[in-house]
Design a protein around this ligand. Structure first.
Ligand code: IPE
Ligand code: IPE
Ligand code: MG
Length: 247
């Protein structure tokens, strides 16, 4: 099978699914109750915690969550700082449980713009959980698909310039190996909450053949039961990857 055939990188069977989430609607959830937006982000982080726990029994082996985009810096300083402190607190609070529960944490996105203390926490938990195999949990912070592709292209150019690669070596596999997600399977399913039907710069390369599900539920209301219901419907979909299926 060709190396770039989408089927080669798809979870086989229902026991190792990769589900990615565009966690949207925290702000609306809070403001509709007359609360500050950060209250919605805190509630959203609790939902992430519950979903991560539920993944293994739902047959999910990889989960990716979009926590902060390269475009989210446009928000107020208060909201950005608040979000960053929620990320730091989440890592500190969850570190013990994630590592003993067999979860491997990995961050994607450009971390160079993040606070050095947050970067240290991220590196430390990645190292601590590197040997875990039950669930791979990817968190996208300062992630943008276009930014990721531009960084990978720059790295490819640097490797050619350094004589490590020839121009002919610059194929899909070479670019993919330089993405933040290198080595991870592509998402089988991308779920966006809050009723918006756009991808907002999330995993444009990796989700080229993913199934999409858009639900009106706001992220702070999204529970493992909602996920289980979506997965049941996902199981009925026929994924063709461009081929004509027989039988
Ligand atoms: C998603 O919720 C979380 C982040 C983008 C960080 P929002 O904050 O975008 O919530 P809405 O879309 O304003 O309701
Ligand atoms: C996408 O949500 C980014 C994250 C979920 C982190 P946004 O709320 O930032 O997306 P837009 O602005 O509605 O496209
Ligand atoms: Mg939003």
């Amino acid at each position: 099978m060709a190396a770039n055939d989408a089927t080669t990188k798809t979870a086989q069977g229902a026991t190792d699914l990769h589900v990615a989430f565009i966690m949207d609607g925290n702000g609306r959830w809070a403001t509709s109750r007359g609360w500050p937006r950060l209250v919605g982000h805190r509630k959203g982080a609790e939902r992430v915690r519950e979903l991560v726990r539920a993944c293994p029994e739902l047959g999910i082996g990889h989960i990716t969550v979009y926590a902060f985009s390269t475009e989210n810096w446009k928000r107020s300083t208060e909201e950005v700082i608040g979000l960053m402190s929620i990320f730091a607190r989440y890592i500190r609070r969850e570190a013990d449980e994630l590592s003993s529960a067999g979860v491997r944490l990995r961050f994607i996105g450009d971390r160079s713009r993040l606070d050095p203390k947050l970067q240290q926490l991220m590196c430390a938990i990645e190292r601590r959980t590197a040997g875990n195999r039950l669930l791979q949990f990817n968190v996208a912070i300062n992630y943008g698909g276009r930014d990721e592709l531009a960084r990978a292209a720059r790295q490819l150019a640097a490797d050619v310039q350094a004589g490590l690669l020839t121009l002919e070596d610059c194929d899909q596999a070479a670019l993919e190996a330089r993405l933040d997600t290198a080595g991870s399977p592509d998402p089988d399913l991308v779920i966006r909450t809050s009723g918006e039907t756009r991808t907002s710069n999330f995993l444009p390369w990796q989700a080229a053949y993913s199934e999409y599900e858009f639900t009106p539920t706001l992220w702070p209301d999204f529970t493992p039961e909602h996920l289980a219901e979506i997965l049941t419907r996902f199981g009925l979909r026929e994924r063709r990857f461009g081929a004509v299926l027989t039988g």
